[in-house]
Design a protein around this ligand. Structure first.
Ligand code: 5GP
Length: 211
């Protein structure tokens, strides 16, 4: 994990978890409470669903447009899921981090792994879990946009997605959205005090002339 970021440089807050864990809702509420944090809007080749707002939920793109950006290294990470491509465009990230703003990425685990292991950025990674698989099933069933086939695909992939939870810095169980948002805020705030972030400060203190 990269820790010695330049002064004024923000961090990437990576939030993953199975479909139905509530990542979208939790991240949206977090931004409402903490408008100083920027939310990355991904590019995707998946079809727009009812309720999706282009430019807010995603930037909806053709496969050709997506591949063209990928070919010039325009994504921080990208991954395929359920037959569609998803990716985090770089410019928004770089601009915000340079301005000292933390940026939140709501992405699945293959992409998260690229960001975490890439070592290019300081990352705080959080995995959101449902309180039970039964609850996850109910939440996925409750999404009117899910066809029966899409539902079972997402439910099956939730089992495999949960295996990645151990690779994250923090795990939050989303039984109650408000509590989960508060837990995420605590993680974001608390992680500022990681020992690894204090390297420069410790060095400076030791370099001061002793009385
Ligand atoms: P959905 O189609 O339900 O909106 O999203 C499907 C999955 O793609 C979710 O797990 C979501 O977190 C993930 N996802 C959304 N944007 C990105 C992205 O830019 N990169 C990656 N790797 N995953 C993403």
């Amino acid at each position: 994990m990269k820790m010695s970021s330049a002064a004024g440089s923000g961090r990437l807050i990576v939030v993953s978890g199975p479909s139905g864990a509530g990542k979208g809702t939790v991240c949206k509420r977090l931004i409402e409470r903490r408008p100083e944090i920027a939310l990355s809007i991904s590019w995707t080749t998946r079809r727009q669903r009812p309720g999706d707002i282009p430019g807010q939920s995603y930037h909806f793109k053709s496969v050709e447009e997506f591949d063209a950006l990928a070919a010039i290294g325009g994504f921080l990470e990208h991954a395929g899921m359920y037959g569609s491509q998803y990716g985090t465009p770089r410019p928004f990230i770089d601009e915000n981090l340079a301005a000292g703003r933390d940026v939140i990425l709501e992405i699945e685990s293959k992409g998260a792994r690229q960001v975490i292991l890439g070592g290019e950025y300081e990352v705080v990674s959080v995995f959101l879990l449902p309180p039970s698989m039964e609850e996850l099933k109910n939440r996925l069933k409750g999404r009117s946009s899910e066809s029966e086939e899409s539902f079972s695909r997402r439910f099956q992939s939730a089992y495999s997605e949960i295996d990645f939870a151990k690779e994250y810095d923090y795990i939050i169980v989303n039984s109650d959205v408000d509590q989960a948002v508060r837990a995420l805020e605590s993680v974001i705030d608390g992680s500022r005090f990681r020992t690894e972030r204090a390297g420069e400060l410790l060095k400076k203190l030791k370099e001061e002339p002793t009385p």
